[in-house]
Design a protein around this ligand. Structure first.
Ligand code: NAP
Length: 349
């Protein structure tokens, strides 16, 4: 019997996470969930957006399945997703984007894995509004004229070496062909330059093909020649953006799972957000959450069950009879109906 933390999230989170737990149950793996709430759902109950017991639960179980959580735009509480990754040291974001037969794509074959540094870069969200405490000092030091809002981009050698080592180890263990480092070191010579030099240094320890591309060129290559690329190693912000782009190459965010991994803990969650307009409508694709569940099973050492869940998802997609609106080739079904078809298939395999 395994124990894991379950964070249903908000928006469409509870629906897709319920689909994922049904699939895990159908795989026969015994898993006891500790259910915790974060974000808006916690706030509505008078709690902090990231309550202490949520962190403590994951520290105890070491592993969580999480639904998307809404982050208020331009105000409100800071991203609990970012805070959670920080609190648990989940420094590696891993997003496998593989084109399954039957998924809509302009390409025949796409098999990419985005590995994203999760802890620093602009994504740390360190900012100053004009006139805010600290603004004068930063603006003065950088000799900035006018009164712009400021954001801090920080990239350290230690974090860059850590994520590069993770990426090359991942490539080695998963028998991937190459690792491409994405950066903008022609302009951001010191921050992205540091990321690039650290990654190149790590690459020398591996017998895996490695190259690097400016991130704008990498975006172009991804939408013209994705079959030439394999593992992508990216700083935080570029990783965030390009992982959605990669999702678009393989059928959309509804089918791409994700993992946030640290040395001690791991959280598995779909790439997509809370899609508030679809909340409670039995509309969205549960596959990304179900495949995140498969990644969790694999992490727990349940390789056979994980493989069965994946094959069931692939088989239902290929067959094309029970698919949600985003990938349907005929009349779409709802989240529950697609999940039920996958559960049935898992039990048959
Ligand atoms: P989003 O929730 O991913 O939704 C964007 C669009 O993606 C949706 O309108 C829908 O496209 C499609 N989509 C999302 N999930 C889908 C699914 N399961 N099946 C099929 N299509 C799906 O992105 P967003 O609107 O930018 O973000 C909404 C909120 O989620 C924000 O507060 C954001 O901060 C948060 N968020 C949280 C996480 C996380 O918790 N890890 C990650 C990303 C975003 P169509 O409109 O074309 O149908």
């Amino acid at each position: 019997m395994h124990r894991a933390t379950l964070i249903p999230g908000d928006g469409v989170g509870p629906e897709v996470i319920s689909a994922a737990t049904s699939c895990i149950e159908a795989s026969g793996v015994e898993l006891e969930w500790e259910v915790v709430e974060i974000g808006q759902r916690a706030v509505e109950k008078g709690r902090q957006p990231l309550p202490r017991e949520a962190i403590e639960s994951i520290k105890r179980t070491r592993v969580a399945l999480k639904g998307p959580v809404t982050t208020p735009v331009a105000g409100g509480f800071a991203s609990v997703n970012v805070a959670l990754r920080k609190a648990l040291g989940l420094y590696a974001g891993v997003r496998p984007c593989k084109l399954l037969p039957g998924l809509p794509s302009p390409f025949k074959k796409v098999d990419l894995v985005v590995i994203r540094e999760n802890t620093e870069d602009l994504y740390a969200g360190i900012e100053w509004a004009p006139g805010e405490a600290g603004w004068e000092k930063v603006a003065g030091t950088a000799r900035i004229s006018g009164r712009p809002a400021l954001a801090l981009k920080s990239i350290s050698r230690a974090a860059s070496i850590r994520i590069a080592s993770f990426a090359f180890e991942y490539a080695r263990k998963n028998k991937r062909k190459s690792v491409t480092i994405g950066h903008k070191a022609n302009i951001l010579k010191k921050t992205d330059g540091l990321f690039l030099s650290a990654a190149r240094k790590v690459a020398k320890n591996y017998r895996i093909r490695s190259d690097d591309r400016l991130v704008d060129n990498l975006a172009l290559q991804l939408v013209t020649n994705p079959q030439e690329l394999d593992v992508l190693l990216l700083p935080n912000l570029y990783g965030d953006i390009l992982s959605d782009l990669c999702a678009g190459l393989v059928g959309g965010v509804g089918v791409v799972p994700g993992a946030n991994i640290g040395d001690r803990h791991a959280i598995f969650e779909p790439v997509h957000g809370s899609a508030p307009k679809y909340a409670g409508k039995n509309k969205v694709n549960p596959a990304a959450a179900i495949l995140s569940g498969a990644l969790l099973l694999e992490h727990l050492g349940e390789q056979e069950a994980a493989g069965r869940v994946r094959r069931a998802v692939a088989s239902v997609i290929k067959e094309g009879r029970h698919l949600t609106y985003d990938i349907a080739r005929r009349k779409p079904v709802g989240t529950k109906e697609m999940a039920a078809a996958i559960v049935k298939r898992i039990k048959k395999l």
